[in-house]
Ligand binder design. Sequence first.
Ligand code: AMP
Length: 284
Amino acid sequence: MQIIESLEEMREVCRKARRKGRSIGLVPTMGAFHEGHLSLMRESRKRDEVVIVSLFVNPIQFGPGEDYGTYPRDMEGDTAKASAIGVDCLFTPSADAIYPEGYCTCVLVEGLSDKLCGASRPGHFRGVTTIVSKLFHITMPSRAYFGQKDAQQAILIGHMIADLNWDIELVVLPTVREKDGLAMSSRNAYLNKQQRQEAAILFRSLCWAAEEIRGGERDAQRIRAEMRRMISSMKTARIDYVTIVDPGSLEEVSRVEGKVLLALAVWFQEARLIDNLMAEPEKG
Ligand code: AMP
């Protein structure tokens, strides 16, 4: 596996691959790899001739006071894991190379960026769509891989690809979970034992809600209230949001009529965890 830091070298590797007619898969990450990341890499390895994994902790998607400085970093472990999967290139640009002095351009998916996580993390998604757009320009992949774990991010990237006419296939893969259902996340490393145990309530509450919806419950307000009650019963949990939205517009629904996205963000001390599940009333 090649480890490439230079933007120009990364471009050149991709140019050569394209000239040879090879398909390129891009897996954008911030590192500290777990099975969620690895599932994206494996899928790209199956489908693409050249697999590129970018590893960049993107400063502009972190707000002031957020965990940019303490975000888990494990270059050695990440290199071993990516290499074992057969990734071709690990792209590890520096922040200075990505955002040189005088950098002033951003890509913003308007409206949708302000909802859910965007409401509590102003500027976050502008940072995400800007870096992903830059990575697309540098590598010009045939496919780009994202996790359903970050549902809003995947929806925004889908919009960006369509709106900016990128010729890129977006592949969104299911959330990989721990045995008790907790979605794998680099930020789970922040949890102490009690928080880790209590965090399993997130997926349990989502499953409960999905089951209610399947069974015919239409009152979104009632479901939300019960989810909030379940989560709040955990001593170390502090809710940021719990919501039921239309998966296209991300607008909160009051009645469940069709497919909905159940989404939540909950703090366990300094760890802000997110999770989501699609749900739908049973047909017939
Ligand atoms: P991150 O390094 O957290 O920015 O994540 C990089 C990519 O991995 C994003 O597309 C995430 O949605 C995806 N990802 C993170 N956690 C998981 C998970 N538990 N299951 C599936 N994909 C994930």
